[in-house]
Design a protein around this ligand. Structure first.
Ligand SMILES: CC(C)(COP(=O)(O)OP(=O)(O)OC[C@H]1O[C@@H](n2cnc3c(N)ncnc32)[C@H](O)[C@@H]1OP(=O)(O)O)[C@@H](O)C(=O)NCCC(=O)NCCS
Length: 154
């Protein structure tokens, strides 16, 4: 494993992102989704020797003046887990939210994330970064998994 670089994705990452998210069922939706997040500088990547090994995306919910963000697509390749990459992605994501809101002249207030109950490692990493479980929402993202809402006050 080379040194892991965690940074904000640019348009040059698009081909690799298309490959990383190829499990999406509709290629057109996937591509426009990637373009949208790239244009807002809200895709965070971990790379090992130039290869994407981890992702985190975020978006502002509704009116930016509410100061609310959601984190999603938080994923590290199995081969690279347990080495602090997930924590580094969250840290960079939180900083990029603060920087973006600062440029907008708005105070960010809260970051939310949905986490499945059985994703113990994800729960641990969010908690290590200061997120707290604030609610349980039932079968939200799938019929087989209960989702929890995690929140970070910033
Ligand atoms: C969640 C995920 C991104 C974490 O990435 P990572 O690079 O392994 O994260 P880190 O190395 O920073 O931290 C992992 C932590 O989880 C802990 N952990 C790992 N497996 C665990 C388990 N089964 N139960 C509890 N904690 C666990 C590790 O011990 C470590 O905590 P520590 O530093 O206190 O020892 C990665 O596991 C993943 O991609 N999982 C599948 C996708 C997923 O669940 N995404 C989240 C959906 S919201």
């Amino acid at each position: 494993m080379d040194e892991i670089i965690v940074s904000i994705a640019t348009k040059s990452d698009k081909p690799q992102l298309l490959e990383f998210f190829k499990h999406y069922s509709n290629p057109e939706i996937l591509e426009s989704r990637i373009d949208c997040y790239l244009s807002h500088n809200s895709t965070i990547l971990a790379k090992d020797g130039g290869k994407i090994v981890g992702t985190l995306q975020w978006h502002i919910k509704e009116d930016p003046s509410c100061g609310i963000v959601e984190f999603e697509e938080f994923h590290v390749l199995e081969s690279h887990r347990g080495k602090g990459i997930g924590s580094a992605l969250l840290e960079k994501g939180i900083q990029s939210v603060k920087d973006t809101f600062s440029e907008l002249g708005i105070e960010p207030r809260r970051i939310f994330a949905f986490v499945g109950t059985q994703h113990d490692a994800a729960r641990r990493v969010f908690e290590k970064s200061g997120f707290e479980q604030i609610s349980e929402v039932g079968n939200l993202l799938s019929d087989s998994e209960i989702d929890l809402i995690y929140c970070l006050e910033i």
